[in-house]
Write a protein that binds this ligand. Structure first.
Ligand code: FE2
Ligand code: FE2
Length: 246
């Protein structure tokens, strides 16, 4: 078989596999586009099996996936977090905060956008120092509130994106006050300071630039993320297998 024939055979195998599977989307992925209270249109499932593992439309993942495997195979383009982490390092912040910058938006790029600071923090909580968790969780909150002492202004891009009348929800006001009074306030604030809005598309930063930081500050489970029975293992599995029926 030549290369073209092999590619065609692989395409054919994929189409065949998709033909014999029923693949559904979780309510959360479609809520808003459709009213989740309405029953779903029935898919033709005659002679088919419901998908209970790997989605053949996605890149396969190693049996024991690492953090970087998730970056490579499941997260969206990582230029924003990579450039933020590089900037943090250039600014000489503590390595733990460099790691926080690298991980701060993983929920946005691979899981759930709304309240992404909380989701990102929860994903990594079993594997990193509590200060890193705090910094990631609260960066989202602190983005809405200026701090002149470190030169952080309310982002112009937020005015553009959300309009001049946007006001954060009261729960964010409360979270902001809590964060301000916390001993790790500046750790979270430093993530917002190094959080690049306009990243440079011509600058290429490789994941490997942070192999050392991740090696020192991220406790990669031997069994692989998703299989270590940690409190967030199920979230990593959902990212790996987002369309499993159950
Ligand atoms: Fe963010
Ligand atoms: Fe960000």
């Amino acid at each position: 078989m030549n290369t073209l024939e092999r590619a065609e055979a692989a395409d054919h195998a994929l189409i065949e596999e998709l033909d014999r599977l029923v693949i559904v989307k979780s309510a959360i992925y479609t809520s808003g586009e459709r009213d989740p209270r309405e029953p779903l249109p029935r898919q033709d499932d005659k002679g088919k099996l419901y998908l209970m593992g790997h989605d053949p439309r996605l890149a396969p993942m190693p049996a024991r996936p690492t953090l970087f495997d998730f970056f490579r195979y499941r997260f969206g383009p990582a230029a924003h977090v990579l450039q933020s982490a590089r900037l943090a390092r250039k600014n000489g912040v503590d390595e733990k905060i460099v790691l926080a910058c690298l991980l701060h938006d993983i929920a946005t790029s691979g899981f759930i956008r709304a309240d992404h600071g909380y989701w990102s923090a929860q994903l990594v909580e079993p594997y990193v120092d509590p200060e890193v968790v705090f910094a990631i969780r609260y960066h989202q909150v602190l983005r809405f509130y200026p701090d002149e002492s470190v030169g952080y202004r309310y982002p112009d891009s937020y005015v553009r994106l959300f309009g001049p009348d946007f006001r954060p929800e009261p729960y964010l006001d409360r979270a902001h006050e809590r964060a301000r009074a916390h001993k790790w306030y500046m750790s979270a604030r430093l993530v917002t300071v190094n959080d690049l809005y306009a990243f440079d598309p011509t600058v290429q930063v490789e994941l490997e630039e942070f192999t050392d930081v991740v090696g020192r500050h991220f406790r990669q489970p031997e069994e692989g993320l998703g299989f270590d029975d940690s409190p967030s293992a199920h979230m990593w599995r959902t990212i790996m297998w987002p369309t499993r029926y159950l």
